[in-house]
Design a protein around this ligand. Structure first.
Ligand SMILES: O=C(O)CCC(=O)C(=O)O
Ligand SMILES: [Fe+2]
Length: 202
């Protein structure tokens, strides 16, 4: 089954890279959907932080995003359904208790980057597992824009944002950054969440 290696990788080392997770047709369709959203002005500069504390700081991240909601398009609904199947598989195998998935398109124009960060907010540890799906079918080695993962032993790994590839990692465990890109860099970034502790009243 398609999710088995993701589950094994997460259990063994906390992260996974799935080459060609999506077919090239589906990847092209999602890239076109991201471009349509850009063309109608729906993408907005991404913020840092949460709720009222969100601030746009181009020195930290330079991408433009739009959150995906169910019912916006059959294409996105299909991706959300696939991620929900992954959520259930992760829960069954690893008992992660993941309850929700949130997800946005991101477009990094040339010159944009995202400085080293963790995907967990200091005041909210509900994000458990990060997923990044890349939508760049013609990515070239000189285009930059690698996802740089920083590991606890001091080593790092650069992952190019190749169309159809999916990266999955435990959100709280890996500082990571997006290296400066030299071409438009498209992706769908998401997070599986547990319910925030305050809702559970823990
Ligand atoms: O696009 C990527 O490779 C990573 C994006 C990221 O780190 C984020 O949006 O938090
Ligand atoms: Fe991140």
């Amino acid at each position: 089954m398609q999710f088995d290696t993701i589950i094994d990788d997460l259990a063994e080392r906390g992260w996974s890279l799935q080459r060609r997770f999506l077919t090239s047709d589906l990847t092209l369709d999602l890239a076109a959907e991201c471009r349509r959203r850009e063309a109608r002005g729906a993408l907005a500069p991404a913020g840092i932080g949460r709720g009222e504390a969100v601030a746009v700081r181009e020195g930290i991240r330079g991408d433009q995003i739009q959150w995906i909601e169910p019912g916006q398009s059959a294409l996105c609904d299909g991706y959300l359904a696939q991620m929900d199947a992954l959520r259930q598989a992760l829960n069954q195998a690893l008992f992660l208790g993941l309850e929700e998935f949130e997800c946005h398109f991101a477009l990094y124009p040339p010159g944009a980057f995202y400085q080293t960060h963790l995907d967990r907010f200091r005041d909210d540890d509900s994000r458990c597992v990060t997923t990044v799906l890349y939508l760049n079918p013609d990515w070239q080695p000189g285009d930059g824009g690698e996802l740089r993962m920083h590991f606890a032993d001091g080593t790092q790994l650069d992952i190019p944002p190749l169309g159809g590839d999916l990266v999955v990692f435990l959100s709280g465990d890996f500082p990571h950054e997006v290296r400066v890109t030299h071409a438009d860099r498209l992706s769908l970034t998401g997070w599986f969440r547990r319910r925030p502790a305050d809702i559970l009243n823990l």
